[in-house]
Ligand binder design. Structure first.
Ligand code: ADP
Ligand code: MG
Length: 450
C-alpha cells in the first residue's frame, strides 16, 4: 500500500465519523489524494466550491491522519482538475497545457484571491507596490532579489501572491513557487530525512520565481544547515537570472542570526518597506473588503468610525469586519450602525501576529500563575481538573501566539503526543465559542504574556 493510500484511508475513516452521511457523501466522496510531497498533500476535489468546506472541516483530520500515518504535519493543497483531463490532446496545445503535461502537479501554492487589482495602493505601500508590479514584466531582471519588509498585517503576503499570480498570467509557462519560511524549512528537513535532497534542489533550481514569505523565521531555531541550503538555493537561482522575492518583518540588517554574506545578497536588488496605511487608504481598503458582504449596507459614518479604530494592521480591520457581519446577522439587521461597529470591536479578540519570540515557558508560567498551577505541574502527568484545564489553555495559547508545531508543543508539555495537543486546542476553541468568562480570562492572560 502506498503512503498516499494509507493516509487517505485514514482521512476517510476519520471524516466518516466526523459528519453526517449526507454531508460525507456530498463533500468527501469523489475527492482523491493525488500525491504527498514533503509536507504537502495534494488533494483533488471535484468542485472548487467544496474547498471552503474542506478548509473548515478537514484540516484537523488531515493533520491527525498525517501524524498517525506519516508522522508529519501535512498541509493540504487543493486542485480541481484531474491530470488526464488536462492532458487530453488538442489540436494546438497551448503552452499552458504543455507545461501541465511536463510538470503534472507542480504546485505554486499561490492564493488566487490575492491580486494586484484588489490591493489598494496608498502612501505607505506605493513605492513597494510599484516595484512589485515590475516583476511580472520581466521576471529574473530588474529588482532582483526583491525584499519587502514591514509590520504584521500590512499586505506583504498579499503583495507577493499578487506578483506570483501576475507572473503566471503574463508568462503561463513560468514556474512559480510560493513558500512560507516554515514550508521551506520543513521541505529541507524532510528531504534530509528521506535522503532526497538532490531532487529537492533540482526542483528549486527549475523555478523561474521563488517567493519566500517571512524569512525571519528561517533563523528561528538553530537550523544552520537550512540557512546554508537557503544560501545555496539563493545563489543558484540568482546566478541563473531567476527571480527571488522575500518578505520579512524586519529589515535585512536586523536579521541577526543570518550569515553576513546572505544579508549582503539581499541588498543586491531592492529592499523596500511597507508602512501602515493612512486614514484615506484605510477607507479605500474597507470599501474593497466590504464587497465580500453584499448583504450588508455600510453607511459612510460606520466606515469612518471603523477606519479610525485600526491604524496599523489591515488584518485586524478585516477581522473587525467579520465580527460586524456576524453581529449584524445575529441581530438580523442589514444596515451597519456605529453601535454595531463599536460592539463588534469590543467583543473581538484581536488576532495578533504570531510571535515565535515568546518562549513557551513564559506562556506556561503566566497561565500557571493565573490558575495557581506551577510550571512543573503543567509538564507533569497529573490530571486534576484545574491542572488539566490550565495545561490545555497554555497549549492553546502556545499554538495561538507562537508558531511552534504540535509535536514541539507536546514535547514542551512533558513529552505529550501531538494528538493530545490538538485535542486540547480544539477543546479550548469549543469552550471559547460559548464561554464568555473563559474568553475574558484568556484575554487577560494574553495581555500578561505580551
Ligand atoms: P502581512 O503579510 O504583511 O502580515 P497580509 O498580506 O497577510 O499582511 O495582509 C493581511 C490582510 O490585509 C490580507 O487579507 C490582505 O488582503 C489585507 N490587506 C493588507 N493591505 C492591503 C491593501 N493595501 N489592500 C487590500 N488589502 C490589504
Ligand atoms: Mg504575511
Amino acid at each position: 500500500m502506498t503512503k498516499e493510500t494509507e493516509f487517505w484511508q485514514k482521512v476517510m475513516e476519520l471524516a466518516k465519523t466526523a459528519m453526517t452521511e449526507t454531508t460525507y457523501d456530498f463533500y468527501i466522496i469523489g475527492s482523491q489524494c493525488l500525491s504527498i510531497e514533503g509536507n504537502q498533500v495534494h488533494i483533488y476535489l471535484d468542485h472548487p466550491s467544496k474547498k471552503m468546506f474542506w478548509d473548515r472541516n478537514l484540516r484537523d483530520i488531515i493533520l491527525t491522519a498525517g501524524f498517525e500515518v506519516l508522522d508529519k504535519e501535512l498541509t493540504p493543497l487543493y486542485s480541481f482538475e484531474l491530470e488526464n483531463q488536462i492532458a487530453e490532446p488538442t489540436l494546438s496545445p497551448t503552452a499552458y497545457q504543455v507545461r501541465k503535461k511536463v510538470y503534472p502537479s507542480a504546485p505554486t501554492n499561490l492564493i488566487s484571491k490575492y491580486r494586484f487589482d484588489n490591493f489598494i495602493i496608498g502612501e505607505g505601500n506605493r513605492f513597494t507596490t510599484m516595484a512589485a508590479l515590475t516583476v511580472p514584466d520581466d521576471p529574473g531582471k530588474g529588482y532582483n532579489p526583491l525584499f519587502i519588509w514591514g509590520g504584521p498585517g500590512l499586505g506583504k503576503t498579499h503583495l507577493v501572491h499578487a506578483i506570483g499570480n501576475a507572473v503566471l498570467e503574463q508568462h503561463p509557462t513560468a514556474r512559480v513557487l510560493y513558500l512560507t519560511a516554515e514550508n521551506f524549512l520543513n521541505q529541507f528537513v524532510s528531504s534530509i530525512v528521506s535522503n532526497s535532497m538532490d531532487k529537492l534542489k533540482e526542483n528549486f533550481r527549475n523555478l523561474d520565481v521563488l517567493i519566500i514569505d517571512d524569512v525571519q523565521f528561517l533563523a528561528k531555531e538553530k537550523y544552520d544547515s537550512t540557512l546554508e541550503e537557503f544560501f545555496n538555493t539563493f545563489e543558484a537561482l540568482y546566478n541563473n537570472d531567476k527571480h527571488i522575492i522575500l518578505t520579512s518583518d524586519r529589515m535585512p540588517k536586523e536579521l541577526n542570526d543570518f550569515p553576513e554574506r546572505l544579508v549582503t545578497r539581499f541588498s543586491w536588488g531592492l529592499i523596500t518597506d511597507i508602512t501602515p496605511p493612512d486614514f484615506e487608504t484605510r477607507i479605500a481598503i474597507l470599501r474593497e473588503k466590504i464587497q465580500e458582504y453584499p448583504q450588508l449596507e455600510f453607511p459612510q459614518t460606520a466606515i469612518e468610525y471603523l477606519a479610525n479604530q485600526f491604524s496599523s494592521n489591515v488584518r485586524d480591520l478585516e477581522g473587525a469586519l467579520k465580527n460586524i457581519s456576524l453581529l449584524a446577522k445575529g441581530k438580523e439587521v442589514s444596515t451597519v450602525s456605529i453601535e454595531i461597529v463599536a460592539e463588534a470591536i469590543r467583543s473581538r479578540t484581536p488576532d495578533s501576529p504570531k510571535m515565535t519570540v515568546i518562549p513557551i515557558e513564559r506562556i506556561q508560567e503566566k497561565v500557571g500563575k493565573f490558575y495557581g498551577v506551577t510550571v512543573k505541574e503543567m509538564k507533569a502527568t497529573k490530571r486534576t481538573q484545574n491542572i488539566a484545564l490550565a495545561r490545555q489553555i497554555a497549549m492553546y495559547l502556545t499554538r495561538d501566539l507562537t508558531d511552534n508545531s504540535l509535536p514541539k508543543i507536546g514535547k514542551e508539555f512533558g513529552g505529550r503526543d501531538h494528538s493530545t495537543v490538538l485535542h486540547a486546542i480544539n477543546k479550548i476553541k469549543d469552550m471559547l465559542a460559548t464561554d464568555d468568562n473563559l474568553r475574558l480570562e484568556i484575554e487577560e492572560i494574553k495581555q500578561k504574556i505580551r
